[in-house]
Design a protein around this ligand. Structure first.
Ligand code: FMN
Length: 114
């Protein structure tokens, strides 16, 4: 986590990407979030730009809880700006994400980062 946090602190833009596992973010993402805010000390993650990417087998409606969870993290980081959200819906079987409109949206979002 020390290495991850160092990278996050030196980044201008951070992408939080997680699959939906049982209606929420994956355990690895949750652990990362918990470890960021584990102490009373300053996180060093103030004023960052964030993009959110979520994938799931179901549709967008089933992903909102997960997005809300990630937004809760941003609310705890002073000056955090949510720049965009990608919903990779309908990704169940291996390869399902290929050709999904979310791929193009993510590509365009990446190109538009300034
Ligand atoms: C343990 C587990 C739980 C899942 N729970 C959900 C869920 O609640 N809703 C949903 O739409 N998809 C669910 N899925 C499907 C995944 O969100 C989806 O296939 C995702 O793209 C998998 O990403 P990954 O290959 O990085 O694990 C679940 C998949 C797994 C393995």
């Amino acid at each position: 986590m020390v290495q991850v946090l160092d990278k996050m602190r030196s980044a201008d833009v951070i992408v939080l990407a997680t699959p939906v596992y049982f209606y929420t973010m994956c355990a690895q993402m949750k652990t990362m979030i918990d470890r960021t805010l584990g102490g009373a000390q300053r996180t060093g993650l103030e004023n960052k730009k964030f993009y959110l990417i979520v994938t799931a087998a179901d549709g967008k409606a089933a992903m909102e809880r997960t997005v809300d969870g990630l937004r809760g993290y941003l609310e705890c980081l002073p000056g955090a700006k949510e720049m965009g959200v990608i919903y990779g819906a309908g990704a169940w079987q291996l390869g399902d994400i290929q050709g999904n409109p979310a791929m193009q949206e993510a590509y365009k979002m990446g190109k538009d980062i300034c």
